[in-house]
Write a protein that binds this ligand. Structure first.
Ligand SMILES: *[C@@H]1O[C@H](CO)[C@@H](O)[C@H](O)[C@H]1NC(C)=O
Ligand SMILES: *[C@@H]1O[C@H](CO)[C@@H](O)[C@H](O)[C@H]1NC(C)=O
Length: 205
């Protein structure tokens, strides 16, 4: 009898104990290259990081250049790819991030742009419509300087499902790199080495 009388207080204690906040996890599953002159077959690789939330795309020849003197046709390169992330069931929101590594060589007045457009297969992606990374060549002294280029862009991602078979969400990206030149005389280059894509700051909604 004495033991039984303990139960109500145990139940009360359990109710009062802070509920273990379970952080939802969004996991990077895979990437697939679709097409584009910036990422032709065999010129790229992919890996997921040990943290599990990031997928990294690595390129051999995703570059755009303007050779000296001659006008170039290679002022723009494209790459289409898709990345898949696995969400938990329920409503989840987070930051869909895109980090870029590469090198730029830009004479003064030249401008190099990386412009990705992501589309969500399920759920939503929102954020600034201008998700561009832009670098502008400096003064004359910068003409022969190669700069490591690091760009970063964030979007807000949201996914809601109760169905197990809708937890994997595929995002399609069309990304292009291009250089705009003030004249035809310089030599300029933008090379994209890698793009890391992740879903972070994950919360329930
Ligand atoms: C993108 O989000 C990360 C956190 O997830 C933050 O550290 C970074 O400053 C953000 N970058 C931009 C350009 O908003
Ligand atoms: C998501 O896709 C991966 C790879 O195809 C698969 O292993 C995993 O089971 C899928 N997740 C769900 C919830 O279906």
């Amino acid at each position: 009898m004495r033991l039984l009388s303990l139960f109500p207080s145990l139940a009360a204690a359990a109710a009062l104990a802070p509920r273990q906040a379970q952080a939802p996890i969004v996991r990077a599953v895979s990437a697939k290259f679709l097409s584009g002159d910036g990422c032709p077959a065999g010129s790229f690789a992919q890996q997921t990081t040990t943290s599990g939330d990031t997928i990294e795309l690595m390129f051999d020849s995703y570059l755009v250049s303007i050779p000296p003197v001659s006008a170039s046709t290679a002022r723009e390169r494209h790459c289409r790819y898709e990345v898949t992330f696995e969400f938990p069931t329920g409503c989840t929101t987070g930051t869909f991030g895109n980090i870029l590594r590469g090198t730029a060589k830009l004479p003064g007045g030249y401008k190099a742009t990386f412009d990705p457009q992501y589309t969500a297969g399920l759920g939503s992606l929102s954020g600034e419509s201008a998700q561009r990374g832009v670098i502008v060549g400096g003064g004359k002294e910068d003409v022969d300087v190669w700069k490591d280029y690091l760009g970063e862009q964030n979007l807000t991602v949201m996914h809601r499902t109760q169905l197990e078979n809708q937890r994997n969400v595929t995002y399609t990206a069309g990304s292009r790199v291009y250089i705009t030149a003030p004249d035809e005389k310089g030599e300029a280059l933008l090379a994209i080495d890698a793009i890391s894509i992740s879903v972070r700051n994950v919360r329930r909604c």
